[in-house]
Design a protein around this ligand. Sequence first.
Ligand code: SF4
Ligand code: SF4
Length: 383
Amino acid sequence: MSKVIIRECKNYELETLIEKINGSVEMLGGWDKFVQPQDNVLLKVNLIGPKPSDSAAVTHSEFVRAMIRILKGRNCNVWIGDSSGGAIAGIAPTAQGFKVAGYERVAEEEGALIKNFDREGVVAVRPESQCEETMYIAKPMFDADVVINLPKLKTHSAQIFSGAVKNVFGCIPGLRKAKYHKMAPDPINFGQIICDIHKATKINLHIMDGILAMQGEGPTAGSLYQANKILISEDPLALDAVAAKMVGMDVEDVPILETAQKRKLGEGRLKSTILIGDYEQVPRLGNFKLPKCFRGAKKRNSKALVKVIDFFDTHPRINPSKCKKCNMCVESCPVQAIDKDTKLIDYDTCIECMCCHELCMFKAVELENSNKVAGLISGFFRK
Ligand code: SF4
Ligand code: SF4
């Protein structure tokens, strides 16, 4: 049976974080089980893009600081690594992300090293699902003695939920991520890629920053939710199953998690998971807003409604009054569906991966639920 620890934690006060995390790891057998002195320990953060820590889009920098303090206290060498999504002027904005999220400052102050996955080289692996012949994964994932995943509790406008399982997508460096979005626009197939990354790497521990969470149209354009939780597990799927339940979803509602369950990435059944820490039952986060695509997914699960739901769709649409013309969406779109000059989307080309929505730093890419009749009428005006 997998164990998931849930701790109540109301803020990012350093001593409190250290005490809660240390106490939780103790419940899993203690730090000695996971790290040894002189180990190179990689903290795989969630650095989706150049977003500040208080935006809830990235793992909070003080959470990362607490982890560095703990590990340095055990004489480990600590690395902070990730690769952001998207592109500006053909370059992934990871370096900028490390600055804006506050990781660069924290690394300097605490004596950790930044590992920008776009610049550290790759290791070629053969993916288990054979979605393609070779997959290239950031080298620090293999160079480190120990990898600790630090996901953020967030909803996701395309994948419904973003937690410990999905957080490995940043192990694919730079713009290659867009290739996978193009190759697997369907969330179930995308889940196969995510599972391939997990199966090719070894992540020893998963510690979720669920203190300031993101609800609604995450992973960057949602709103803040003070969830006050830290979740810890050796099993990423069990952790996500508990986190998803907290916000009102089941594993079957989230295609990536459903795929992870089928691929036996971990334990997705709550009845086979032991909860310890501050709760014996999964706590529910009241009035937590789920993404629009979640409602669609729920309806799709009903065969009787499948024909009706086929008529409905969620589209991205660029709001010209909010757009700053930075071109992040244009350069990140895996199928070049966004016109550089007009910022209009060609809906015949768009694969609805929602990368543009995910990556726009100005919340200018909005999602609209519309039926195809309305779409036909308004399509003329949108194009
Ligand atoms: S929609 Fe957002 S990402 Fe695209 S150009 Fe405008 S501001 Fe930039
Ligand atoms: S325009 Fe469509 S295909 Fe392009 S990034 Fe946005 S959602 Fe994805």
